[in-house]
Design a protein. Sequence first.
Length: 294
Amino acid sequence: MRTSLLILASVILSLSGCGKSTEPVENALPTTVKKIAVQVEPVQMVEIAVTHKITGEIAPLWKIDVFPKINGIVLREMTGPGSVVQKDQALAEMKQDVPGVEFSPVKINAPVSGTITMDAVEEGATLTMQKPAYSISKLRQVYMVAPVMEALIGKIKTGNPAKISVEAYPDRPFMGKIAEISPNVDPVSRTVQIKIKIDNPKRLLKPGMFARAAIKTDHRKGLIVPLDAVVYTGARRYVFVVREGKAKKIDVIQGAILDNKIAVTGDLQEGELVVVMGQNLLEDGRAVEVTEGI
């Protein structure tokens, strides 16, 4: 009986020790947060042009209507719309049409050099001295004619540069300068008409074309970052900068685009590093590792 009790006690002691380690428990190591590899570029402070955008249309630098010297019938035409003509060049020949009377032919000559922009002449047609037969325009230089809001008048002056674009040549800007500002304000639209003079040696800009212009009025210092640095989430715009080895999310307001850069305002400093690659993997406060390439 005594032997049985000893065996039972031994079994109970053995079971009570199951699952317990005889080794001392060591403190667990802290979990290591993986750093996100990013590429960066410095925030730059530059001179930024202040611009105002307007719309208008292309018009010739000047236009002269050419009237026949007689009433009569067109015998022959020597030019046509779009032709470049020289001063005193013959454009057409016509003759008075009076039954029983023979008249010598009379020519219509160009009074100035330029481009034919209106042609009402056809062989056999009758012309009168009261209506123009042709219009000759200067197109080697043209105007962009545009209305500007009354509030803008105090910010522009003749000589201000402007960059013009037209839909026919979307990737080709044209440079011009404000040449005229009307002294009158339209009482209905509260606008003032201006003319921007543009060199047009290849005559690419044609009268009647719809045009847009950005007028430079002033310069100011401002911060720019690469376009790739800006992250868009709905209406929110932000960038990540690297501060003390961590990503800091900064809300920004975007401004003008300058080539591959964009002007921004926000809690940024000139020279600090803004993330340009890897930012879509970041969150505020995440540890980062700056690399040359990812």
